[in-house]
Design a protein around this ligand. Structure first.
Ligand code: AGP
Length: 571
């Protein structure tokens, strides 16, 4: 999952335009970056790439763009060409010299091959021909140093086309076009775009028929993507949660009612998501059971295909995703669609693949989330699922009341006093290698999400468990001083989870209690508001902050953790 960007226009293309765009796309991969400008008198054409390594190490040779043997064609790419190996062997046998270990480089040589007999062949038909041979989810931009045009094509991996007064742009994410364009077109799967100084043209990659762009206004602004007063996007986005939750409580009645109606009509509903989104989905499954007395299945995106067999044309699949580009979730949705299921989506990025694939899509309205760690999109998903569960139970007003309490609870949890407490606790455990996090019921998915936040950004091995699973093996890992975070809301899980805490303490665990009420088993206590079934929203905030503080103490960049990227567009 890389970030790609291209530009043709009246302004000098090299330098700032590409660099500025790659900075905005860096959350998609930050192993290496590269750019190229066509050497025409005033260089009005250029493109760039920021990489998340999938094929080949983090080396200069593997950094994009990749050229063919003649140097005429340069290629940048986001995705994985699943059948690149056989094609590469064929090209090597035909005498092509490769300089990188990447899958991407084959595309440049395939194009070189395709124009070998006729260098003036129309590049759009060449790119169509080459793209038809590639397997996998890919977005590709080709720069031709002879005709000074960019040709782009995509299949699932995102690509946005932008038109501004200074030129035409292509990018993996509309974020990179802020300040350059006021209207955008989301390339459809199997759509080819050619950009020259004179304008943009679109074709179907399969039929070759010309197509018209479907431009829509770009609503994102520079404020959405700037740090403002904050040192990192992670802490900025944590602090944006109260406003996001307030807006959901105020403005989401209609979409909530519509999703509830879809669930009622369906014969079996299924929640699916990956990573943090999967923990929001799991929380949803608990909320639907507790509040709506309704069983809604849940699975992680990468496992869906092994459990999809009972999906029918009466099923509803509810897909959760911040980026709307996670390949495992997209693949699940496509498989469910093939079985005739209806698709609903809770997605943050408008115009993303999931947003466009879904029959019914609820935008999270959390604003751009640029820190690789998902925070505000997570609590936004849970807030919407809480409202849907109460709508199914005919008690939507209760959900709204709980959300207002949760807003206050989040504001309390991010207030300077709480932040200082978390900073102190972080300092007391920063040297520890392992941490365990337990919760029961609704707090079980919260424990999983808390562990993920700490793992992702501090690289401390944190593991979340269902509190009842402790004595079935996990407790063997607890030793003197092991940080043990215990989510203990004032609900039916309290007694059992506190006895779990007691068991960990008797093995030397250092108990960090997250609860509306202190208990003497706690060595450290993080007070949180008592917000009933909205507890997953409030209780996760201390874990978000703890991860952030541990990252700072350990000298890590909270926004760009190693080996990760914001949207995982590869399977
Ligand atoms: C969360 O902090 C991670 N970045 C990751 O687990 C993420 O939640 C997962 O990749 C799913 O992303 P999505 O919500 O964009 O689909």
């Amino acid at each position: 999952m890389c970030g790609i960007f291209g530009y043709v226009g009246a302004t000098q293309a090299g330098g700032e335009i590409i660099l500025d765009a790659l900075r905005k796309l860096e959350y998609r991969g930050y192993d290496s970056w590269g750019d190229a400008v066509a050497d025409v008198p005033d260089a009005k054409i250029g493109f760039g790439h920021t990489r998340w390594a999938t094929h080949g190490g983090v080396t200069d040779e593997n950094a994009h763009p990749h050229l063919d043997c003649t140097g005429r064609f340069a290629v940048i790419h986001n995705g994985i060409i699943e059948n690149y190996r056989v094609i590469k062997d064929r090209l090597i046998a035909r005498g092509h010299l490769f300089h990188s270990e990447t899958d991407t480089e084959i595309v440049a040589h395939m194009i070189e091959d395709a124009v070998a007999d006729d260098p003036d062949r129309d590049l759009v038909s060449v790119v169509r021909e080459v793209f038809a041979q590639l397997r996998g989810l890919n977005a590709i931009i080709v720069m031709d140093n002879h005709t000074h045009q960019l040709t782009a094509v995509k299949n699932v991996s995102p690509l946005v086309l932008g038109e501004g007064d200074k030129g035409f742009y292509l990018a993996s994410d509309a974020l990179a076009l802020i300040g350059h364009v006021d209207r955008i077109h989301y390339l459809e799967d199997g759509q080819v775009a050619r950009i020259t100084a004179d304008g943009v043209s679109l074709w179907s990659a399969t039929t070759g028929a010309t197509q018209a762009p479907n431009f829509e206004p770009l609503t994102l602004t520079a404020t959405d993507t700037s740090l403002g007063i904050y040192p990192h996007f992670m802490i900025k986005e944590i602090h944006e949660q109260p406003d996001v939750l307030r807006r959901i409580g105020r403005e989401y009645t209609d979409p909530v009612k519509e999703l509830a109606a879809l669930i009622r009509e369906s014969y079996g509903a299924f929640l699916v998501g990956s990573g943090t989104a999967s923990y929001a989905a799991l929380s949803g499954s608990y909320l639907f059971s507790r509040i709506a007395r309704r069983h809604v299945n849940f699975t992680v995106g990468s496992e869906f295909k092994y459990q999809e067999h009972f999906i029918t044309d009466r099923s509803l699949v509810i897909a959760l995703s911040q980026s709307g580009e996670t390949a495992d979730v997209i693949e699940s949705v496509m498989a469910a669609k093939q079985r005739g299921a209806k698709i609903a989506a809770l997605v943050n990025v408008r115009g993303s693949t999931l947003d466009r694939l879904a029959d019914f899509s609820i935008p999270l309205g959390a604003g751009p989330e640029q820190c690789v760690l998902s925070t505000k999109a997570y609590t936004a998903k849970i807030a919407i699922l809480l409202m849907v569960a109460h709508e199914l139970n005919g008690s939507l007003h209760v959900a709204r009341e709980l959300l207002w309490q949760a807003v206050d609870g989040v504001e309390q949890a991010i207030a300077p006093e709480s932040a200082n407490l978390i900073r102190t606790i972080a300092a007391s455990i920063v040297q520890r290698e392992h941490a365990f996090i337990i919760g029961r019921g609704l707090s079980y998915p919260t424990a999983l999400e808390a562990a993920l936040k700490i793992k992702e950004v501090s690289y401390m091995h944190a593991e979340g468990f269902a509190g009842g699973e402790l004595k079935h093996g996990v407790i063997a890992l607890v030793e003197k001083g092991t940080p043990s975070i215990v989510f203990s809301p004032l609900d039916e899980t309290r007694d059992d989870i506190l006895s779990g805490a007691m068991e960990m303490r008797s093995r030397g665990g250092m108990i960090i209690g997250v609860s509306p009420e202190r208990d003497r088993v706690f060595d450290a206590y993080i007070p949180v508001a008592d917000v009933g079934d909205a507890s997953p929203i409030v209780n996760v905030i201390p874990a978000q902050l703890l991860g952030y503080e541990l990252a700072l103490l350990r000298g890590h960049d909270p926004d760009k953790p190693r080996n990760l990227a914001k949207s995982v567009t590869v399977k």
